[in-house]
Each structure stands twice: as structure tokens, then as C-alpha cells.
Ligand binder design. Structure first.
Ligand SMILES: [Fe+2]
Length: 406
């Protein structure tokens, strides 16, 4: 389904949901302010419709209104989907009484709504909407947190016992507005004085020119053994339109050049190594690996070439699904994999060892450290943000991994 058809059906379903939910909303009969609140109610529906029209007629609202509209439309939709089961259950109940009126306690023609289910539906609608709004106004997107983990590895060469790795991911520079806060985040990275830094993709949202003005700050990210990077799905310019294929290619070349200028070593289906005391740490970097329905750039075979089974290896791959798809089956000698991509959906609960997010439905490994046999994967929750300009529960992350020989 192309984007326009998807947006059409999304808009249609969303408006139908608004109409369906109005029966609950009008039940409240808040006499004094019923009229204005119903205006507010239908104005959100209008935004959903306008959002579709702006897309069809290619009207650019600018970043602020585009983001505002997008979040109103998505927030309203998600909240209604969450609340929908309560209203459906109630309507099935009413339908049952309509067919078998004798089963009803009060024999009259009206089948009232269940107060309990109406209140439950209202709460189920209000909770996501309130929390999503809180996630934006709280400015959580710049509340960087350092996550420290120790990983014990059998195959780690003794020269690297105790090495401190800084792992960052998903900067999405085009979303970042608070320069002072981002500078603070970069200072946090550098203050850790880690031995090596890995960036696992999605430097931009769509275009390499998002990097303009950020060169000085991003060039400051430095470590003695180097800064290594890979590309994420957003780095290929595939989620925006281009005047020509040539323009798209130039954009991609500029993104690669940009990373070189920052002093980062971008690995595109290739490997590199760092040597300490004559011992080797192999770094394998794949381009964006995608499940079959998307453009496939990641080639682990190619990235791996020239390496042997025994050597210690760290793989950088943007999408954590790659781990189960190829690494834990066919590349059992890859000791540690570093990924990002999920952002932890920027929504969930993440307290101590307890973490839950709807993104788990799509990604088995979606945040933090996972182990399978002797292999590990760490999934970073992202430094930046994308689409939804907020975070609820899942905060932006700078990871410090200390590798120990076991
Ligand atoms: Fe991302």
C-alpha cells in the first residue's frame, strides 16, 4: 500500500472512531461547558482531516505545526484504540439486551450504557493522551541518562580486559532543537573518557543538510581508540521525496562525507580492528539490515570477510532484529552486537530491571542487554528522537559497557 492510500484509510478509520466515541463523550452532559468542549472534540477530528488534505495538496506547514498536527492526530488515534475495547464490550452487552430484552433487570425501551465501562473507556482514552502530552512538555527528550553495564565474555583478549565502550545511537539530528541540552549530552559522553565509541546509526531523519551547524559539536565526540559508526534506516533519504535520483545520491554522499569530517570511521559492510599489546579487537559494521519488505543494504557476509572464527568480534548493526535473523544462527562467533533503532518507542516503563513497552510486540530485543548462549546484544534506547517529540518512561541514553574477561 502506498503512503497516500495508507493515509486515506488511516484518516477514514480515525474519523469513524471519533464519531463512534462521541456517544460516550456526549453522555457526560457537562451543561455549562458542553458546547465549547464538543467544539474542542470535533476540532481534533478536523485536524485529522486537514492533515490528510495537507498531504494530498503537498502543503508544507513547517516543522512546528507539522509536529503539532502529527502528534495530535496520532495521540488521538492511539488513545481511542486503547479505549475502544471498553466501548465495544458495552455495545455487545447492549446488543445482547436488545435481542433478549427479558434478560434486562429494568424493563424499559432504553438500554443504558454501563457506567463502569464508560468511565473505563474515558480513562483508557485519557491516560495515553495525558501521558503523551506530558512526554512532550516535560522536555524529557533531553534528559540524558547514562546506563552502565558490565559484560563478561569468554573470548575477550586479555589486552582488552576492562575496556570501556561508549555506545550511542539514533541521534536524529534534524529533530534536535535545544542546542545547549545537546551540548550537555555530548559533554556527558566525553566526560566518561571511554576507550572507544560506537554509534549505531540514524544520524539524521531524512537529509544530510540536517547536519548543518552541528559539525563542531559532533566532531567533539572523541575516544582514544576511535569513534566507529554505521548507517541506520533513516540515513538513506528514503522517507522523503527528491527531485531526482542524482539529488538523492548526492545527499547520501554528503552524509558519508560528514561522518568522515567528524573523524568517525563509518563501516559500510566492512570490518576494521584495533590492536592493543599485539592483540586484536575486530569491529564489524553492516549497513542498515532490514526485514525483506524493505530495501536491504546490510550484508553481513561481506562485512565479515577476512575474519576467522576464533577472533573476538563486536558487530554494529542498526536494527536489533538482525541478531536473531542471522547472528545467533550463522555467526555464533560474534561475541557482542550493538544496536539501536527501537528508541524503546520513546514510551514505556523502565525502572531498574523492570521494563515494558508496546515496542516489544515488534522487537524481541528492544532495550538494554540480552544474552543467548555465549552471545550478547545491547540495544540502545537512542540519544535523539523521531516523530513523537517526547519521551515517556524511556529516556535518552548514553551507554557505558565495561567488558571483562570471564
Ligand atoms: Fe532511529
Amino acid at each position: 500500500m502506498d503512503r497516500a492510500a495508507f493515509l486515506f484509510f488511516f484518516t477514514l478509520i480515525s474519523i469513524l472512531l471519533d464519531v463512534y466515541f462521541y456517544q460516550i463523550f456526549k453522555k457526560y452532559k457537562l451543561k455549562k461547558w458542553f458546547l465549547p468542549t464538543s467544539y474542542i472534540y470535533w476540532s481534533i477530528t478536523s485536524v485529522t482531516f486537514l492533515n490528510f488534505l495537507f498531504y494530498v495538496f503537498d502543503i508544507d506547514l513547517g516543522y512546528f505545526f507539522k509536529t503539532l498536527f502529527f502528534n495530535l492526530v496520532i495521540g488521538n488515534f492511539i488513545s481511542k484504540v486503547v479505549a475502544l475495547p471498553f466501548i465495544l464490550i458495552d455495545d455487545f452487552r447492549r446488543f445482547f439486551y436488545w435481542i433478549y430484552p427479558k434478560k434486562m433487570k429494568n424493563q424499559n425501551n432504553l438500554i443504558p450504557r454501563s457506567k463502569f465501562l464508560s468511565i473505563s473507556a474515558s480513562l483508557a482514552y485519557g491516560l495515553p493522551l495525558t501521558s503523551l502530552t506530558y512526554g512532550i512538555i516535560s522536555n524529557n527528550v533531553y534528559d540524558y541518562r547514562i546506563k552502565r553495564r558490565v559484560i563478561k565474555l569468554d573470548n575477550l583478549p586479555s589486552a582488552f580486559d576492562g575496556i570501556r565502550i561508549c555506545h550511542i545511537s539514533d541521534i536524529h539530528v534534524g529533530s534536535l532543537r535545544n542546542r545547549l541540552a545537546v551540548k550537555g549530552g555530548i559533554d556527558m559522553i566525553n566526560n566518561e573518557k571511554s576507550d572507544i565509541i560506537f554509534f549505531t546509526g540514524d544520524l539524521v531523519n531524512n537529509r544530510s543538510d540536517e547536519l548543518k551547524g552541528w559539525g563542531d559539536d559532533l566532531s567533539k565526540i572523541k575516544a582514544p581508540l576511535g569513534v566507529y559508526s554505521v548507517l541506520g534506516n533513516h540515513d538513506y533519504g528514503e522517507y522523503t521525496s527528491w527531485k531526482s535520483e542524482n539529488e538523492k545520491n548526492i545527499n547520501f554522499k554528503n552524509l558519508i562525507m560528514g561522518q568522515k569530517e567528524f573523524g568517525w570511521k563509518l563501516l559500510m559492510n566492512e570490518n576494521d580492528n584495533v590492536i592493543v599489546d599485539g592483540q586484536k579487537l575486530n569491529i564489524v559494521g553492516v549497513e542498515n539490515w532490514a526485514s525483506s519488505r524493505f530495501q536491504q543494504y546490510g550484508e553481513l557476509d561481506k562485512a565479515y570477510s577476512g575474519l576467522n572464527n576464533e577472533d573476538f568480534k563486536i558487530l554494529m548493526t542498526h536494527n536489533p532484529s538482525h541478531w536473531n535473523a542471522q547472528v545467533t544462527n550463522n555467526y555464533r562467533d560474534i561475541d557482542l552486537t550493538l544496536s539501536g533503532h527501537t528508541h524503546g518507542l520513546q514510551y514505556g516503563i523502565d525502572i531498574g530491571k523492570f521494563r515494558v513497552s508496546p515496542v516489544r510486540l515488534a522487537y524481541k530485543q528492544w532495550a538494554d542487554l540480552y544474552k543467548y548462549n555465549n552471545q550478547f546484544i545491547y540495544v540502545n534506547r537512542g540519544f535523539g528522537f523521531m516523530g513523537y517529540p517526547g519521551r515517556v518512561g524511556i529516556l535518552p541514553e548514553i551507554t557505558i559497557l565495561e567488558l571483562k574477561k570471564s
